[in-house]
Write a protein that binds this ligand. Structure first.
Ligand code: 5GP
Ligand code: ZN
Length: 115
Protein backbone atom coordinates (compact mmCIF):
# COMPACT_ATOMS: atom_id res chain seq x y z
CA UNK A 1 0.00 0.00 0.00
CA UNK A 2 1.22 3.46 -0.93
CA UNK A 3 0.41 6.34 1.39
CA UNK A 4 -1.70 9.11 -0.14
CA UNK A 5 -2.90 6.82 -2.95
CA UNK A 6 -6.65 7.07 -3.29
CA UNK A 7 -7.02 3.65 -4.93
CA UNK A 8 -4.90 1.94 -2.23
CA UNK A 9 -7.33 3.44 0.30
CA UNK A 10 -10.34 2.22 -1.69
CA UNK A 11 -8.84 -1.29 -1.87
CA UNK A 12 -8.26 -1.26 1.90
CA UNK A 13 -11.81 0.00 2.51
CA UNK A 14 -10.57 3.24 4.07
CA UNK A 15 -12.41 5.32 1.46
CA UNK A 16 -15.95 4.28 0.46
CA UNK A 17 -16.61 2.95 -3.03
CA UNK A 18 -19.08 0.70 -4.78
CA UNK A 19 -16.94 -2.42 -4.97
CA UNK A 20 -18.26 -5.13 -7.24
CA UNK A 21 -15.38 -7.61 -7.02
CA UNK A 22 -12.34 -8.35 -4.87
CA UNK A 23 -9.90 -11.24 -4.61
CA UNK A 24 -6.29 -11.64 -3.46
CA UNK A 25 -4.95 -9.99 -6.62
CA UNK A 26 -7.42 -7.41 -7.93
CA UNK A 27 -10.30 -5.17 -6.86
CA UNK A 28 -13.06 -3.70 -9.04
CA UNK A 29 -15.31 -0.76 -8.17
CA UNK A 30 -17.56 1.68 -10.02
CA UNK A 31 -16.01 4.89 -11.32
CA UNK A 32 -17.23 7.90 -9.36
CA UNK A 33 -17.79 9.83 -12.62
CA UNK A 34 -19.14 7.25 -15.07
CA UNK A 35 -18.87 8.09 -18.77
CA UNK A 36 -21.26 5.31 -19.83
CA UNK A 37 -23.97 3.14 -18.19
CA UNK A 38 -21.26 0.70 -17.09
CA UNK A 39 -17.95 2.19 -15.97
CA UNK A 40 -15.89 -0.02 -13.69
CA UNK A 41 -12.25 0.33 -12.64
CA UNK A 42 -10.22 -2.88 -12.21
CA UNK A 43 -7.06 -2.33 -10.17
CA UNK A 44 -4.26 -4.50 -8.80
CA UNK A 45 -4.26 -4.77 -5.00
CA UNK A 46 -0.52 -4.16 -5.18
CA UNK A 47 0.39 -0.50 -5.72
CA UNK A 48 1.78 -0.17 -9.25
CA UNK A 49 1.76 3.45 -10.42
CA UNK A 50 1.27 2.88 -14.16
CA UNK A 51 2.05 0.62 -17.10
CA UNK A 52 5.47 2.28 -17.12
CA UNK A 53 6.19 0.70 -13.73
CA UNK A 54 5.28 -2.89 -14.66
CA UNK A 55 7.84 -5.69 -14.58
CA UNK A 56 7.64 -9.26 -15.85
CA UNK A 57 6.92 -10.31 -12.26
CA UNK A 58 3.58 -8.52 -12.59
CA UNK A 59 2.36 -10.56 -15.57
CA UNK A 60 0.08 -12.73 -13.44
CA UNK A 61 -1.53 -9.57 -12.06
CA UNK A 62 -2.07 -7.89 -15.43
CA UNK A 63 -3.44 -11.12 -16.89
CA UNK A 64 -5.89 -11.36 -14.00
CA UNK A 65 -7.04 -7.77 -14.60
CA UNK A 66 -8.11 -8.76 -18.12
CA UNK A 67 -9.87 -12.01 -17.22
CA UNK A 68 -11.76 -10.27 -14.41
CA UNK A 69 -12.74 -7.51 -16.87
CA UNK A 70 -14.21 -10.22 -19.10
CA UNK A 71 -16.13 -11.80 -16.20
CA UNK A 72 -17.45 -8.46 -14.98
CA UNK A 73 -18.54 -7.49 -18.50
CA UNK A 74 -20.72 -10.62 -18.54
CA UNK A 75 -21.97 -9.88 -15.00
CA UNK A 76 -22.86 -6.32 -16.08
CA UNK A 77 -24.75 -7.67 -19.11
CA UNK A 78 -22.49 -6.07 -21.71
CA UNK A 79 -20.45 -9.09 -22.77
CA UNK A 80 -22.47 -9.72 -25.92
CA UNK A 81 -22.73 -6.19 -27.31
CA UNK A 82 -19.16 -5.41 -26.39
CA UNK A 83 -17.30 -2.83 -24.41
CA UNK A 84 -14.09 -0.85 -24.28
CA UNK A 85 -11.06 -1.47 -22.05
CA UNK A 86 -8.75 1.50 -21.52
CA UNK A 87 -5.50 1.96 -19.61
CA UNK A 88 -4.51 5.63 -19.63
CA UNK A 89 -0.78 6.01 -19.10
CA UNK A 90 1.10 9.16 -18.15
CA UNK A 91 0.18 12.80 -18.87
CA UNK A 92 -0.38 12.42 -22.62
CA UNK A 93 -2.45 9.30 -21.97
CA UNK A 94 -4.73 11.27 -19.66
CA UNK A 95 -3.78 9.36 -16.51
CA UNK A 96 -4.94 11.24 -13.41
CA UNK A 97 -4.71 8.57 -10.70
CA UNK A 98 -1.27 6.98 -10.46
CA UNK A 99 -2.34 3.51 -9.36
CA UNK A 100 -2.68 1.24 -12.41
CA UNK A 101 -6.30 0.77 -13.46
CA UNK A 102 -8.23 -0.76 -16.31
CA UNK A 103 -11.41 1.10 -17.29
CA UNK A 104 -14.26 -1.24 -18.30
CA UNK A 105 -16.74 0.94 -20.19
CA UNK A 106 -19.94 -0.16 -21.92
CA UNK A 107 -23.70 -0.23 -22.08
CA UNK A 108 -23.82 2.07 -25.11
CA UNK A 109 -22.15 2.26 -28.49
CA UNK A 110 -18.90 4.18 -28.06
CA UNK A 111 -19.17 7.56 -29.77
CA UNK A 112 -15.60 8.69 -29.74
CA UNK A 113 -12.84 7.33 -31.95
CA UNK A 114 -9.61 6.59 -30.17
CA UNK A 115 -7.22 9.49 -29.88
P1 5GP B 1 -7.52 8.08 -15.24
O1 5GP B 1 -7.78 9.35 -15.94
O2 5GP B 1 -6.39 8.17 -14.23
O3 5GP B 1 -7.35 6.93 -16.19
O4 5GP B 1 -8.85 7.74 -14.48
C1 5GP B 1 -9.06 7.88 -13.11
C2 5GP B 1 -10.51 7.56 -12.86
O5 5GP B 1 -10.69 7.43 -11.46
C3 5GP B 1 -11.47 8.65 -13.34
O6 5GP B 1 -12.38 8.10 -14.28
C4 5GP B 1 -12.15 9.11 -12.05
O7 5GP B 1 -13.53 9.40 -12.24
C5 5GP B 1 -11.94 7.94 -11.12
N1 5GP B 1 -11.86 8.30 -9.73
C6 5GP B 1 -11.07 9.29 -9.18
N2 5GP B 1 -11.23 9.34 -7.85
C7 5GP B 1 -12.14 8.37 -7.53
C8 5GP B 1 -12.71 7.95 -6.30
O8 5GP B 1 -12.43 8.46 -5.22
N3 5GP B 1 -13.60 6.91 -6.36
C9 5GP B 1 -13.95 6.31 -7.53
N4 5GP B 1 -14.84 5.31 -7.46
N5 5GP B 1 -13.42 6.70 -8.72
C10 5GP B 1 -12.53 7.71 -8.72
ZN1 ZN C 1 -2.08 2.74 -4.82
Amino acid sequence: MSENCIFCKIIAGEIPSEKIYQDDTVTAFRDIHPVAPTHVLIVPNKHIASVNDLTEEDEQITGRMLTIAQKLAVQEGIGGNGYRLIVNTGPHGGQVVFHLHLHLIGGQKMRHPMG
